[in-house]
Design a protein around this ligand. Structure first.
Ligand SMILES: Nc1ncnc2c1ncn2[C@@H]1O[C@H](COP(=O)(O)OP(=O)(O)OP(=O)(O)O)[C@@H](O)[C@H]1O
Length: 556
């Protein structure tokens, strides 16, 4: 059995091997077949692709050919159109030029026609005017003829009475005319006499006068710091001022205050307004109009009210200019015609500046003072001269000067306190009827703050300024003192400072001077106040010789 099983198993194994071999042969055949089919398919595919590519290339070439042809034909068309358009444009230009020429010639024709119409219109107007004149002439002639006829009738009437009445009337008219002329003549003579008398009054008052003005305390200033100032004759002449000094202890222990009494030509208390002050000086302004040289100074320490009095909008400068205008206008009927010229200069550190010039030229441009000794005239080189054609101009002049000064000022060093300003007004009057001529100058001077060097505590640039101010103020005092000694031909040191040199012809025998001493009401300023009042007293005690009027009568 076992042997049969073994044989069967061997036969099975053999059959299995044969089967595996047969399977192997079958699968390798199959693989071969698949490979062959794949290679065939690939070949076919490649040939189809190549065929398609060839077709594509052919199509592309055809398309490109067609495109080129199309492009060329379009380009031809465009060229054709362009040249056609250029031709059209050229034609249009030519046409346009022609039209322009036509329009221009038409315009010329229109203009010529308009001018002709205008000429015609004017000549018609002229003719109409002539016609009007002729007809009014004829009316006048007619009325003259009527009047003449009436007169002839009247004369022919031969009535003695009528003729006498006419003669009487005629005589009365002649008398009235003669009387009017005599009155006019009298008026002119009276004006000349008024000038003479006015000057005599001014001379009697003294050619140098001193007014004192105490400013009110300001809201910002504490009432506890106000000095004791009394006005002993306030209800009468208003000439005295008493400043009580610091407290002093006597050897017996009693505490007293020293009376510092001063007397001037007029003292104005703190409640006085600019209008009242001007009333007092308006006569001097009149003197300038009459041909005298007048100098009005404001002296005092910084903050004492000099600028307020002199150049504020209702101060002495604007008021003087307004008065001059009013007077000049009223003098017209007496034959006087005035021209007014103004300069506004500043003396700063002994240099002269033009306050009406350019701000950037301040302290840079040099101005010289030249005197014409024969004619008694002063010329400042390169200075701006303003012709005052209306009283309102003074406001713009003051503003211009203030603006120039504020450009030059630094905060710590206010320019207006540290320099002297001089407003110079030249007044030239001519009387065609009497042949009189007058030339007067009004100088309105706002002096620099007068505080003493020891009190100012200044150093550096400020020290130089203070020294210059003190020197020029003391030179002014020296000039006034020398004038007061009154020696004919005696030396007057005008040249010692720019200010006195500038005012040479307005200080002294040939002029009238008024000094305002300005006083601050503050206790803290007491020492400076007393110094100012003492200086003013010296000026007040000076008597300057008779003023001479710069006037001459033209040879007729
Ligand atoms: N009479 C017055 N009434 C009212 N205010 C016044 C009067 N006088 C002066 N002031 C005022 O006092 C102040 C100082 O016056 P102001 O500037 O005129 O002094 P100043 O002496 O010109 O000083 P500075 O030397 O600095 O120019 C100003 O504010 C001014 O308006």
């Amino acid at each position: 059995m076992k042997a049969r099983i073994g044989t069967a198993e061997g036969a099975l194994q053999d059959a299995q091997r044969e089967h595996e071999l047969a399977m192997e042969g079958f699968s390798s055949r199959q693989r071969l077949e698949v490979e062959t089919v794949r290679a065939d398919s690939k070949k076919k595919l490649e040939s189809v692709i190549a065929q398609h590519e060839d077709q594509l290339c052919e199509l592309k070439r055809r398309f490109e050919r067609e495109m080129d042809d199309e492009k060329a034909s379009r380009l031809r068309e465009i060229n054709q159109l362009t040249s056609q358009t250029a031709l059209d444009a050229q034609r249009s230009h030519i046409e346009l030029d022609r039209k322009d020429r036509e329009i221009a010639s038409l315009q010329n024709e229109v203009q010529a026609l308009q001018q002709e119409i205008e000429r015609e219109r004017k000549s018609t107007q002229g003719l109409r005017k002539n016609l009007d004149t002729a007809s009014s002439n004829s009316v006048t002639l007619e009325s003259s003829i009527r009047a003449l006829k009436a007169r002839i009738e009247f004369l022919e009437s031969g009535r003695e009475e009528q003729s006498q009445a006419f003669e009487r009337l005629n005589q009365q008219m002649m008398d009235a005319l003669a009387e009017t002329n005599a009155t006019k003549d009298k008026l002119r003579k009276e004006e000349t006499l008024r000038r003479k008398l006015h000057n005599q009054v001014q001379e009697l008052k003294g050619n140098i006068r001193v007014f004192c003005r105490v400013r009110p305390s300001l809201e910002t200033e504490p009432q506890t710091g106000i000095a004791q100032i009394q006005y002993p004759d306030a209800s009468e002449e208003c000439k005295e001022i008493n400043v009580l000094g610091q407290e002093e202890k006597s050897s017996l222990g009693a505490i007293t205050k020293k009376n510092n009494n001063f007397a001037f030509d007029r003292v104005f208390g703190p409640s006085t307004q600019n209008a009242e002050v001007f009333d007092e000086i308006s006569q001097l302004v009149q003197s300038a109009l009459d041909g005298y040289n007048v100098c009005i100074f404001c002296y005092g320490q910084t903050g004492s009210g000099k600028t307020y009095t002199m150049s504020s909008l209702d101060g002495m400068i604007p008021r003087a200019v307004h008065q001059i205008y009013e007077t000049a206008t009223s003098l017209k009927e007496k034959g006087w015609r005035y021209t007014m010229e103004g300069n506004f200069v500043e003396v700063y550190n002994e240099n002269l500046n033009d306050l009406l010039g350019k701000a950037e030229e301040l302290d840079k441009k040099k101005h010289e003072i030249r005197h014409d000794m024969q004619r008694g005239k002063t010329i400042i080189t390169d200075v701006t001269t303003v012709r005052l054609d209306s009283p309102e101009m003074v406001e713009s002049i003051l503003k211009r000067a203030a603006a120039n000064r504020s450009v030059a000022a630094t905060k710590a060093n206010e320019r207006s306190s540290r320099s002297h300003s001089v407003f110079i007004l030249k007044l030239i009057g001519e009387n065609d009827i009497t042949g009189e001529r007058s030339e007067g100058t009004l100088n309105l001077v706002d002096l620099a703050g007068s505080e003493r060097l020891s009190h100012s505590g200044a150093t550096g640039e400020r020290l130089r300024e203070t020294q210059n101010i003190n020197r020029s103020l003391s030179c002014l005092g020296d000039v006034i003192a020398a004038l007061g000694q009154g020696k004919d031909g005696g030396h007057i040191p005008y040249r010692n400072s720019k200010l006195t040199y500038l005012l040479q012809f307005s200080l002294g025998g040939n002029s009238k001077t008024l000094m305002f001493v300005m006083v601050s009401p503050l206790q803290a300023h007491l020492a400076e106040t007393l110094t100012s009042l003492k200086f003013a007293t010296k000026v007040h005690n000076t008597h300057i010789g008779t003023a001479k009027r710069q006037a001459r009568v033209r040879d007729c």
